[in-house]
Design a protein around this ligand. Structure first.
Ligand code: 1CP
Length: 345
């Protein structure tokens, strides 16, 4: 295999120096792109995920249109619960719905740790096609949801601000909760190994709801399982852990052996660096809503962010997914401002 033309992100994850800070955006393949909306009108969400040609086309859109330094596989974290045997519906303007969530031992008996080649082979096929079409322009990021974040949806059955039913499940039926978390963990390890074998250059674990847990609960319910996943993968590819809102545990996340840690916009980069330690790569942390403001303000705010992180050991990104109502020109202004940034010395 020939080598990547732009390997800024991989170099940064290895702690190597680069000529500039690399940049990508979480949820960069999505509704803010008119080209995505064309395909969204024609095909259902899971058709787009399950058809390698469609997943490939959508994955490449932000690379071609916005000029990011990495592609991220177009898929969703909820394909894992689906593969484990739970029904997942993606409802227009409502988000994901799981009509038969896990509440009891009987419910847990309905799901399995699947053979990922049988149930998620379409993702591996998409990755192979994407790698071919990318033709080594930029690296490909694979991903999965963290076990706690997947449990949130599998138990609550839908999105939520508090995931109170998911928490209730963990606090009232802890043995069952840990059984479920372990099943998700085992599936995720096989799934991410499959993504790496198919060609993903790095993988990110999204713990979007990690910040809903207290520090102690985050350790016992979330990090314990993320730790297993990182340990199983880190010798095969660099792993990025993004646990939104869980800044209090950056030190223990760094100790997992992850190559990079995502942070959101509610923590100062300098403080995140103190917590996470000197060597690990930090990723983030632009407020996604800032992309709704004028371009001149985006440029000012990017300068501030870049200088706060400093050169090296940083992958510029948003602190969470891009919002659907962001203008493409504003997303591009963000990416260009990072690429053009000059550190003063
Ligand atoms: O077209 C549409 O309306 C579907 C919107 C959409 C898209 C574009 C969903 C439904 N998923 C995706 C793709 C997706 N999801 C990607 C693609 C790659 C990328 O460009 O980044 C990724 C990485 C995800 C991951 C994902 N899905 C997360 C973790 C990241 C995050 O933003 O926190 C979560 C929590 C989900 C669940 C989910 N899927 C879709 C929605 C709207 C949601 C969130 C629901 C909620 O708010 O609870």
């Amino acid at each position: 295999m020939s080598s990547l033309k732009n390997d800024l992100i991989l170099k940064t994850l290895r702690g190597e120096q680069t000529e500039r800070t690399p940049v990508w955006m979480m949820r960069q393949a999505g509704r803010y792109l008119p080209e995505y909306m064309v395909l969204r009108k024609k095909y259902s969400f899971f058709e787009r995920c399950q058809t390698p040609e469609l997943a490939c086309e959508i994955t490449l859109q932000p690379v071609d249109i916005v000029g990011v330094d990495a592609a991220i596989l177009f898929s969703d974290i909820l394909v894992v619960p689906q593969a484990m045997g739970l029904e997942v519906q993606m409802v227009e303007s409502k988000g994901p719905i799981l009509p038969d969530p896990i509440k009891t031992t009987n419910d847990l008996n309905r799901i399995i740790v699947p053979d990922v080649n049988e149930t998620l082979g379409y993702v591996f096929d998409a990755i192979k096609l994407i790698k071919q079409e990318l033709n080594n322009r930029v690296p490909l990021i694979g991903f999965a949801g963290a076990p706690w974040t997947l449990l949130c949806y599998m138990v609550q059955g839908k999105g939520s601000k508090t995931f109170d039913e998911a928490k209730e499940f963990c606090y009232t039926q802890p043995a069952l909760a840990h059984q479920l978390l372990q099943m998700i963990t085992d599936t995720t390890i096989a799934y991410l190994k499959g993504q790496i074998a198919a060609g993903a250059d790095t993988v990110q674990i999204f713990d979007s709801w990690g910040g809903l847990l207290s520090p102690d609960d985050f350790e016992n319910i979330s990090l314990k399982y993320i730790r297993q996943i990182v340990a199983a993968l880190k010798d095969e590819a660099p792993v990025i852990v993004f646990a939104k809102g869980a800044w209090h545990s950056l030190d223990s996340m760094a100790a997992t052996g992850a190559a990079g840690l995502g942070i959101d916009w509610c923590i100062k980069p300098q403080l995140a660096r103190q917590f996470a330690g000197k060597n690990i790569t930090l990723q983030g942390n632009f407020d996604p809503a800032r992309l709704l403001g004028p371009i001149s303000e985006i440029q000012k705010e990017v300068k501030k962010m870049m200088n706060a992180f400093g050169p090296g050991n940083h992958i510029a990104n948003l602190g969470h997914g891009i919002l659907p109502n962001v203008l493409v020109s504003h997303a591009k202004a963000f990416v260009d401002a990072v690429k053009n940034h000059q550190f003063e010395n």
